[in-house]
Design a protein around this ligand. Structure first.
Ligand SMILES: Cc1cc2nc3c(=O)[nH]c(=O)nc-3n(C[C@H](O)[C@H](O)[C@H](O)COP(=O)(O)OP(=O)(O)OC[C@H]3O[C@@H](n4cnc5c(N)ncnc54)[C@H](O)[C@@H]3O)c2cc1C
Length: 747
């Protein structure tokens, strides 16, 4: 009878609704989970969509289909893509509730936000069309739309924070400190422009959009139930929040992260369309608010599950996601701005490190370098100067210690990258903060892959700075940039592994405090693939059969500051089986995990060296005079200065971008960026040092300036951790892969 009633009603009220033949109106409910039931109507070759209130008692401000009708009407008249609303019926006697009917729009709807059915190029185009539509929505003037009074006036953000806080508190099942902290942060950091009011959608997602069947064009934006007036950036943050989705949450909600288009591309397109600055002040607030809201919703779903009132089958899993969502919200809240901004903690530590460098490190430089120069020919040459040990104690006492390890320091890679640059201005400073290679890489390996016993025995004293370590991978007899060439063997004999082989370039092995080596070698398993035949094992330096053969020089320097670089031989070196890391054949897997962040840290430190070199260059250029003018007044020198600044800034941007990608997507998905950074930065830094040497003249290559040692040290970075050529091949491989994806999309 309801269908008949409806058919009769539409026949008399809806212009163009076919009256004949009677009794052929087909009605089908859409399955997608909108809270207002939606139906597809068809009669005589014409199609419409009906949306109604649900039956039963309803929350006071929810399910307002009259508002949906009103907003769609206003937007349609203004030329915004929405289905044309055709008729509103408040007479509940027709189908039991209020309803409205709109035009049926034919097109594509994508239910999965990663759009698996299209290629990267089309996905980009669709997302950009979506974000342009959002910008268009936000550019309407409420008055000209005739929607004055549609929302609840200024103070949208404040209301959102308190509404979601109340809803969360009512549903909370356990104490989640991150959620409380996030609520507090939001309440205390409301944007100053909370009075800004635009028409906002409230649930603007790609799966609420109908696209043209073949073109990247938005035909209609659906589901206006949550529309209101408020701050437009709330919509933008909600739409882009999945870029920051915690990797730990899979299978629930927005599990997939997009690589194309990038977050920056979407946001800058939005800003361009709205003619606003891309700095988007307070955007961190809106991202954090979005996560707060998602966490609140997840908590609500779980609460309904607990009382047996949830509709989704997986609703019990929602309890697990509240905490990671709240934590991500907190992390985002600490970001000062969109691009490369450190968390508050990162900023504080950077400031302290800068002060420490000024107060303690730079004044100690002369004495420490003198120590190494004077000890060069004595027995003490590998010992650390007492002043350095004192500085370490001081840094430790100030909490400026182990800053490289996120799980210990609480810093992101982006935070630490900027700190590493600061410490890189002085050659021995990283050690003062217990942030020096190769200990950092080795600690990372033990932290990520070590057993509890291995951590206790070796990681703890390394973290405390009581011992140091070396890493033995490269071999004198084979080209080690292809590590599958490795000949050193690690063979199991009863309860031991026996190691035989030669290694060289083991940095830090000369330090008398170097107590342990992580050694990579071949474990017999010829059936496994080339990359599963190697293992890493812990070898105490005092194990019988381990012998330091000789230190290797770097352009004539023995590099005592870094504990030298040694050739080490292993003759029947026997260690317990429990010393194997992660398991036999897992060496390459560990090497990959070790090198992502470590390489970026190296690059940042060397940018610090570049800054120091440019400072020397400029000072010298301003001091000395040739042919009647200061050196910097010669245009060629001025251009060198400019070129150096360009190189440093470009290299730094790439490094920060990579650090951010590691933070967001993890080491593996940032592999191309890590390789690019590893090639670009040493080149840029070497160029700066070379210019500085040139401007300093003869003094530049002498012991009176640090430039010669800097050059020697940085030059090795084009070899260490893999030579440039290997990284270039990696970059090319990834680039070709990315391009082939684009090509497939076009075909
Ligand atoms: C100062 C310093 C510190 C180091 N510290 C350590 C350490 O602590 N632990 C450790 O294990 N190792 C260390 N190394 C070693 C370093 O990682 C290796 O030197 C590097 O991996 C290259 O290996 P290789 O010397 O055997 O050169 P090879 O493998 O013999 O390569 C020589 C050259 O061949 C070319 N080449 C290689 N592959 C390709 C390719 N695919 N395409 C084109 N050309 C190619 C490159 O030009 C390369 O430089 C250090 C090296 C230096 C200089």
């Amino acid at each position: 009878t309801k269908t008949k009633n409806l058919e009769r009603y539409l026949g008399s009220r809806l212009p163009g609704f076919p009256r004949q033949p009677a009794g052929t109106l087909a009605v089908r409910q859409y399955s997608s989970g909108q809270s207002n039931p939606t139906f597809y109507l068809q009669k005589g070759g014409q199609a419409f969509v009906l949306r109604k209130k649900p039956h039963g008692p309803l929350l006071p401000r929810a399910h307002k289909v009259d508002r949906e009708y009103r907003v769609q009407k206003a937007l349609f008249s203004a030329g915004f893509p929405v289905p044309e609303p055709l008729l509103y019926c408040s007479d509940v006697s027709i189908i039991g509730t209020e309803f409205y009917v709109m035009q049926h729009v034919q097109g594509r709807i994508f239910r999965d936000i990663s759009l698996p059915e299209v290629g990267p190029a089309e996905r980009s185009a669709l997302y950009l069309a979506m974000i342009e539509t959002l910008a268009l929505l936000h550019s309407f003037d409420l008055q000209s739309l005739g929607l004055q009074g549609y929302g609840r006036g200024p103070g949208y953000c404040k209301r959102q924070v308190s509404t979601w806080k109340k809803q969360y508190d009512a549903a909370a099942h356990t104490d989640i400190p991150a959620m409380n902290k996030l609520a507090e942060w939001l309440a205390n950091n409301l944007p100053p422009d909370d009075s800004e009011e635009s028409l906002i959608h409230g649930d603007f997602r790609i799966d609420n959009i109908i696209f043209h069947p073949t073109q990247a064009r938005v035909l209609a934006v659906l589901d206006w139930e949550l529309s209101t007036t408020g701050h437009p950036l709330a919509d933008l943050a909600y739409t882009t929040q999945f870029y920051f989705w915690p990797a730990s949450i899979k299978g629930l909600g927005q599990g997939s992260i997009l690589e194309t288009p990038s977050f920056e591309e979407l946001v800058s397109t939005y800003c361009r369309c709205r003619r606003i600055s891309t700095t988007l002040s307070n955007f961190n607030f809106f991202l954090a608010l979005s996560y707060f809201k998602m966490a609140g919703i997840a908590q609500g779903v779980y609460a309904r599950y607990l009382i047996g009132n949830a509709s989704a089958e997986n609703s019990h899993e929602f309890a697990k996601v509240v905490k990671p969502l709240a934590e991500r919200g907190l992390e985002l809240s600490k970001r000062e701005n969109l691009l490369f901004h450190q968390s508050r903690k990162g900023q504080e530590i950077l400031l302290k490190v800068k002060q420490f460098m000024k107060q303690h490190i730079y004044p100690a430089e002369k004495e420490i370098i003198k120590y190494y120069t004077e000890c060069r020919n004595s027995e003490d040459r590998w010992k650390k100067p007492p002043l350095l040990e004192r500085l370490k104690e001081l840094a430790k006492a100030e909490g400026l210690w182990n800053l490289f390890l996120p799980d210990v320091s609480g810093l992101s890679q982006l935070d630490y990258a900027q700190i590493a640059e600061e410490t890189g201005r002085c050659v021995f400073a990283p050690e003062v903060f217990n942030c020096h290679a190769p200990d950092t890489g080795n600690m990372e390996v033990l932290h990520m892959y070590g057993t509890e016993e291995q951590k206790k025995e070796w990681l703890e004293p390394l973290l405390e700075g009581k011992i140091s370590s070396c890493f033995c991978m490269t071999e004198p007899d084979v080209a080690s940039s292809d590590a599958t060439n490795m000949q050193c063997t690690i063979e199991r004999e009863g309860n031991s592994y026996v190691i035989n082989g030669k290694k060289w370039w083991s940095s830090g092995a000369g330090n008398p405090n170097c107590k342990v080596a992580i050694v990579m070698g071949k474990t017999k398993n010829s059936s496994a693939s080339r990359y599963k035949q190697h293992s890493m094992i812990i070898v105490p330096m005092d194990t019988p059969g381990l012998k330091l053969i000789r230190p290797l020089s770097v352009f004539g320097y023995m590099d005592e500051i870094h504990g030298g670089h040694f050739e080490i031989h292993f003759n029947d070196v026997r260690v317990p089986v429990s010393n194997i890391i992660l398991g036999e054949g897992r060496g390459f897997e560990i090497a990959q995990g070790r090198l992502g962040p470590g390489r970026i840290h190296h690059c940042m430190r060397s940018l610090g060296a570049a800054e120091a070199a440019l400072e020397i260059l400029c000072q010298r250029a301003a001091q000395r005079q040739t042919f009647g003018k200061k050196l910097y007044q010669h245009e060629v020198v001025a251009h060198w200065i400019a070129e150096c600044r360009l190189s440093i800034e470009q290299a730094r941007l790439l490094t920060l971008q990579t650090a951010r990608k590691i933070d967001m997507l993890g080491n593996r998905r940032a592999r191309k960026e890590v390789a690019m950074t590893k090639v670009v930065v040493p080149r840029a830094v070497l160029k700066v040092i070379d210019c500085a040497v040139q401007v300093c003249g003869g003094a530049g290559v002498s012991q009176d300036f640090p430039l010669a040692f800097m050059f020697a040290y940085i030059r090795t970075l084009r070899l260490a951790d893999g030579p440039d050529e290997v990284h270039l091949s990696t970059i090319a491989r990834w680039e070709l892969l990315d391009q082939s994806k684009k090509l497939t999309a076009k075909i």
